[in-house]
Design a protein around this ligand. Structure first.
Ligand code: SAH
Length: 257
């Protein structure tokens, strides 16, 4: 790769980071959904250790910290997100028990059986659901829980346009029974799975992006990368509104056995 293309690539990344840093969440979700998923985890104690993988700027992590004791480590690939994460933790006075670190989910800096709970909202797709469940299992104590949200099909068949979109964006998307079977095969009891309500996509994800998009386009007027990026995000939001009966995010909660 030439130096020139490398710098363009880096610019893309920093643009995307800037865009997503301006909104509270980097994926569909809500505090209510985080709490609902947490309700399936038994015996939360003061010594609980939690990893939040692909934590972004920490929207869901701070909800967890507000509702449970214990130590939380958030990990994300992007230093800009981790810096905001640590600012949010400090603003809420959680700095002694909530810490963000930069790192990659395919090479986690954790010890075997270090955690009671692994959390990951809208992020495991970066290495794939099955691979993540299999590789992260060793970091959990026996009897520990994993809770991840993941794009899933609601039906066995669906219109060609949305099928093609997801096969390109994330070929790992699958039906709920298939995902549950993958979780069981990876060595977890499938404790629960539930579909995230629509407001997680609309009010909490696509609506805040409308303002972010117009600010962003004003700031980067004439910048092709920024324009294409916003066009993609808008296309995704339109697809969701047209095809939301066929797919969505599902929370999967498992217990290591
Ligand atoms: N959990 C947050 C963010 C979801 S977006 C929320 O629900 O709001 C997906 C996140 O995964 C982004 O923050 C992105 O930076 C992070 N990510 C992407 N690839 C990663 C990797 N290899 N390791 C760790 N984090 C990664």
């Amino acid at each position: 790769m030439s130096d020139e293309s490398k710098s363009i690539h880096e610019f893309d990344f920093s643009l995307i980071c800037e865009y997503f840093s301006s909104i509270e969440r980097q994926g569909p979700g809500s505090p209510e959904v985080t709490m609902k998923a947490l309700s399936f985890v038994d015996h939360l104690t003061n010594d609980f250790r939690i990893a939040d993988i692909g934590c972004g700027t920490g929207g869901q992590t701070m909800v967890l910290a507000q509702h449970m004791p214990g130590q939380i480590i958030g990990i994300d690939l992007f230093p800009e997100f981790i810096s905001l994460f640590n600012t949010h933790a400090a603003n809420l006075n959680f700095q002694d028990r909530v810490k963000g670190v930069v790192g990659s989910m395919d090479n986690l800096p954790f010890r075997d059986e270090e955690f009671d709970l692994i959390w990951s909202e809208g992020a495991i797709y970066n290495i794939g659901f099955e691979r993540g469940l299999n590789e992260w299992r060793k970091f959990l104590k026996v009897g520990g829980y994993i809770a991840v949200s993941e794009a899933s099909w609601f039906t066995d068949e669906r219109p060609a346009e949305i099928d093609a979109f997801w096969k390109d964006a994330y070929p790992g998307i699958d039906t709920i029974p298939n995902k549950v079977a993958q979780m069981q095969k990876a060595g977890y009891i499938p404790v629960a799975s539930f579909i995230l309500p629509e407001n997680c996509w609309t009010e909490n994800f696509y609506v805040p992006q409308v303002k972010a998009q117009s600010d962003f386009l004003k700031k980067y007027a004439g910048n092709k990368t920024a324009e294409e990026f916003v066009a993609n995000e808008r296309h995704e939001a339109q697809l969701y509104s047209a095809y939301k009966d066929f797919y969505g995010y599902v929370f999967y909660i498992g217990k290591k056995i």
